[in-house]
Design a protein around this ligand. Structure first.
Ligand SMILES: [Zn+2]
Length: 138
């Protein structure tokens, strides 16, 4: 499935528009032969995106999830176009909350959820073994 169709998933669009989106998707993925054709399609896509925004606004469908990929390793959503990470908990709640980068993970400024970075876990603070002066040796 192409990017545009994927973005339009779940939204009822006129079949005429869907056909255009399909064609645009195919042409886009094949890097259409001529630049002018691409320009032509880009104008079409822009128009469709504007139309899509309008449709979404009309139906109250937020933009959540669009352009985001779930990183199953880190457990958070990533947007490659901006490099930002997003809170999966907020996304489930139809909110798009970018995560703040912390030393050992990411924190959501909206719901406060914290997501640890599996590639950079915090060092476990060890208090060391209890010596003879421990609680029993007092
Ligand atoms: Zn959140």
């Amino acid at each position: 499935m192409g990017q545009l169709l994927e973005a339009l998933k779940g939204i009822a669009i006129p079949s005429s528009a869907e056909q255009v989106v399909r064609e645009a998707d195919v042409a886009y993925s094949k890097r259409a032969e001529t630049a002018s054709y691409i320009d032509h399609l880009e104008v079409k896509i822009k128009n469709l995106e504007a139309e899509l925004e309008q449709l979404r606004a009309d139906k109250g469908i937020p933009k959540e999830g669009g352009g985001l990929e779930f990183d199953s390793h880190k457990g958070i959503y990533h947007e490659s176009s901006t490099g930002l990470n997003y809170c999966p908990k907020c996304l489930a709640d139809k909110k798009r909350s970018p995560l703040k980068v912390e030393r050992h993970g990411w924190q959501c400024g909206v719901c406060g959820s914290w997501y640890g970075n599996p590639d950079n876990p915090p060092r476990v603070i060890s208090r060391g073994p209890r010596g003879p002066k421990g609680w029993m040796g007092a």
